[in-house]
Write a protein that binds this ligand. Sequence first.
Ligand code: ADP
Ligand code: ZN
Ligand code: ZN
Length: 750
Amino acid sequence: MVKREASYVEVLPFEGFGESLTYRLSSHFLERVRLGCLVRVPLGKRIVTGVVLGMTDSVKFDSSKLKNVVDLVLDQPVLTKDLLSLSSWLSSYYACPRESVLEAMIPAPVRRGMKIKQRRLIEISEPMEAAEMESLAKRAPRQAKLLAFLANQKLPVPRIETLSRLQVPATSCDALKKKGLINETSQREERLAYSDNLSGDEEMVDLEVELTDEQEIARNAILEKMKTDTFSVHLLKGVTGSGKTEVYAKVMEKTLRKGGGVLFLVPEVALAPQTVGRLRARFGKNGFKTVVWHSHLSEGERLDAWLDVARGDAPIVVGARSAVFAPLPNLQLVIVDEEHEPAYKQEETPRYHGRDVAVYRAKLNDAACILGSATPSLESMRNAQVGKYELATLTKRVDDRSLPTVHLVDMRRELLKTGFTQVLSQPLRDALRDRFAKREQSILFLNRRGYSTTMLCPECGFTASCEHCSITLTYHRVGSRLRCHFCGYERPSFRHCPECRSDEITRRGTGTQRVEDLVKKAIPKGRVLRLDADVMSKKNLFRRALNDFRRGKIDVLVGTQMIAKGLDFPNVTLVGVVDADLSLRLEDFRAAERTFQLLVQVSGRAGRGDQEGDVYAQTYSPESSAIQFARRSDLDGFVEEEFRQRKEFGYPPFRHLVRHLFRSRSEAKATFFTEQWSLRLREIVDPTEIEVRGPASAPVEKIKGYYRFHLWYFMHSISKSLPKIINLRREFPLDEEVSDVIDVDAQDLS
Ligand code: ADP
Ligand code: ZN
Ligand code: ZN
């Protein structure tokens, strides 16, 4: 066999110029460096880390000037083959640099080559005779103590912890080792996230349930498609409480038995423990390990999770958006729970949609993908309608539990009756009291956006707004301060109106704190807990709070939309929606869709146990179709009507929407460059292929001192049309003080 002269690799450095470069492999690395490996290479005067994206035996140019790869960070590739292809697709589809995609794919501790923590274990090699033991105890009492302890252990024990507990010095341990009386081995230290927390009420007992007819039909349809090992996407449309998770689990079981890996995405980190608990209870006993994967893990936990997955030790990965990049070696099933959630969209570079990436990754692996929701996104409904996705439907709750009754409280009528606007209407307060008397639990729900209490002067109309953002400041009772939710700016609240000096200036609006106070007034003996972003920011508080609620230590939960998702509390019989119209007022073509989804999802939190549930939704526009369809839980009716409108205006899902945002501290420059760009763009694009709308100022005109303008591009095919815009943009110089962002399939239009 002829030994290869030299081999070359294409390396994309993380801190380079966005281009991959060719390096030479010395014989030392020839056998070890593979596609997807992390290597260290010289770049200018620095040594930087990069990923091997290509390998070749010859180069077309003079190779004598090429530099060598200087180090291999990890012996195994950090990217599987499918992730390599995925990174290239992502970078072109979402028009973002490949390095930023690779950075999102490879966890930081792995990129930095963080070492794996080894744990030393000790055990007894052969038991000692009693007489010998006695003499040892006289000569070396601490050695004897250790040996006696080890003699009683069934499994090897951790060295450091054992020695410190027994107060035996390391020298005694080493002496025993030398004599061959004990063995020392090492094992990778486990930092299994959540393993310590799965005690008490969160411990999930796995009940093997018998599938309902509908569940069985759904499962069989999915498994049937999977038999052929070809790519398929299944939209599992199932009302809240219909047992979608059970369907996922049954399909997972089959996949795991065949040796396949499973990716399970949830929209919010907070929902991961609940899902992990269920899956560990179900599959742990069969030796299938589940790891959690999300951005809140410590570096060590991240590294462990990554290694477990990459080595094929853990075939199940549960996590939020970024888990879609977990390096499962044999991925056969991808599950996206609550697929409609906007949280799947990443709102910073790379601005990918976790659900869509999940679908594409399944495709690269000839795998199956299940998208589940009680309120699927219109994008997925459309894909099912045109036959791209298979549709599986669960129309009934398990055990035929009924869906809650939705009562619309017409706040206009309440206003006429009482003469003033109320936060909690009489019917809702009565319902709360009634539940409390019956020892049943309630959830009160406020939309995240606009839940602000702000300061308003009734004399001159002044409202307190942020100096850096075009946003009203939110009043916080603690410390009586006003705060900006965009940039964090804070100031004391006003005593006098700064405009007209009136001291009539007051708080206005509805905040979670305000609702909490009103609930306490309505049921003075009730135990009320408020959950919002402020509480959430404190570590673990959220999980503890949910546990308390589950245990019945709390009667009423007041919170923002995070409590609307996927949580399953059997004793909740009342859900109150304080302001069902809020999302309707957004300047967003998805306003009706969001309103519908939120109402149906929050309603789904009620009546999941043996008692029936009620929902009270307070609204000033009870006639709006989103609210009417939600009241009847009529998804298909809503989708049909919404499709009609979206189609008429060519909105998604009938065309893709790309949002192009320009930002600058200088309003004049932002306006000027946005205008110039739009003129230039309109010169070259064919309006029947790409429809350009704008420029216009963004709904939030200013954030952190930056003025914001945007353009919208509508197109049928991203891969065909977007490159035309990107190419033109490369040749269009922007002023230093202006920056822009291209957001493909934009969700956030604020
Ligand atoms: P969804 O995700 O569709 O809202 P879940 O999967 O959370 O619903 O299921 C709701 C509840 O019903 C859970 O407590 C689950 O354990 C239970 N469940 C699911 N399938 C069955 C079944 N076939 N028989 C009995 N209980 C079931
Ligand atoms: Zn005033
Ligand atoms: Zn601000």
